[in-house]
Design a protein around this ligand. Structure first.
Ligand code: GLU
Length: 339
């Protein structure tokens, strides 16, 4: 599609509101109760240290565009951000280069294949396809501001900290555990180099990417980070602008198409929200203009998405009216059509 035709058209914004805050709090509690006893799924163990995670941890956090928040269960329990980092690093890359260049280099289309697929790269002449799978995420990490790997890391650490509204730190155990076992990500990065889609410093980029995945967050942090994308790029807790409203819109579109790996279409169909998951068990979903919901629960389904976090956010999306595709007739006098 030739997107230049839209260039001179101003973008108007129209969303809606969450229910009244007291009701929001009781809906989050209701959701905790509904999902608490579900013990299906497996904790990720391909990063050895993650296998030690307590599988019963479960937390939900909700943040409004006005910075109101509600935390339930283990919403303050720290875990490594893993793939959820990809959406915020993507925002930093678009901030640096603009929408078009990042779209052309990294892509926006779903691969339909697992997050660490080598085949997806080979089938597409080394094109990473989108920033939410590992190959695209490593290519995206290489695009953030900074000449050296150290400068790029500082952009990511400080940028994601601004999204969270506090200084985030690396979980060194997780970082070292993944660095000792991430042969597949190194292979993906080298394939990107072989297709001239990444500069030759592949190993250094994988190291920065692995560090970004090891940043320690809580479900509360993820909800604040998501609420920043729901609020035109201004962190609703700190009041600081992190990225522009255009960067948020572009980021959320790509997250909607790709955030839950090869299950993204099904998620969008059922829940109707851009959401990103990670293998440590976190998911954040963003309702533009309305706020963000995050959940953390380490047991995952076969695609690597947290089982309880999907159920919790799915339930909240329905009862709080967050599905972006749902509408109701505005006129009270409705006749049934015959057909
Ligand atoms: N650091 C993990 C990896 O690259 C992230 C995967 C994920 O959360 O999906 O394998």
């Amino acid at each position: 599609m030739d997107t230049t035709v839209f260039e001179d058209t101003p973008q108007h914004v129209s969303t809606g509101d969450l229910p009244k805050w007291g009701h929001v709090e009781s809906l989050v509690q209701e959701t905790m109760g509904l999902c608490r006893d579900d013990a299906t799924g497996q904790v990720a163990d391909y990063i050895p240290v993650l296998a030690d995670t307590d599988p019963d941890l479960f937390g939900i956090a909700l943040v409004s565009p006005h910075g109101r928040f509600y935390d339930a269960g283990d919403a303050q329990h720290p875990f490594s951000i893993q793939s959820v980092s990809k959406m915020f690093v993507y925002a930093l890359a678009i901030h640096e280069h603009g929408h078009g260049l990042v779209r052309d280099i990294v892509g926006v289309n779903n691969t339909g294949l697992p997050f660490n697929s080598v085949m997806a790269l080979e089938l597409n002449a080394g094109h990473p396809m989108n920033p939410m799978v590992n190959a695209g995420a490593i290519a995206t990490t290489a695009l953030v501001a900074g000449e050296t790997p150290e400068e790029k890391w500082e952009t990511i650490r400080s940028g994601l900290s601004e999204f969270a509204g506090r200084e985030l730190e690396v979980d060194e155990d997780v970082f070292l555990s993944e660095m000792a076992t991430n042969h597949r990500n190194r292979a993906l990065a080298r394939l990107l180099v072989s297709y001239a889609r990444l500069r030759p410093d592949a190993d250094a980029m994988v190291e920065v990417y692995t560090r970004q995945c090891s940043l320690r967050v809580t479900a509360h942090d993820l909800a604040v980070m998501g609420a920043t994308l729901a609020s035109g790029g201004v962190n609703p807790v700190t009041g600081r602008r992190v990225v522009s409203a255009d960067v948020c819109r572009d980021t959320l579109a790509v997250v909607a198409a790709n955030g839950l790996y090869e299950q993204s279409g099904e998620w969008l169909f059922e829940i109707g929200l851009p959401a990103k998951s990670g293998v440590s068990g976190g998911i954040v979903a963003v309702a533009p203009g309305k706020g963000a919901a995050a959940a953390f629960s380490p047991r995952l389904d076969h695609a690597g998405n947290s089982v309880r976090a999907q159920h919790a956010i799915g339930h909240l999306s329905r009862v709080m009216g967050m599905n972006m595709f749902a509408s109701a007739p505005q006129s009270g006098d409705v006749q049934e059509a015959r057909w």
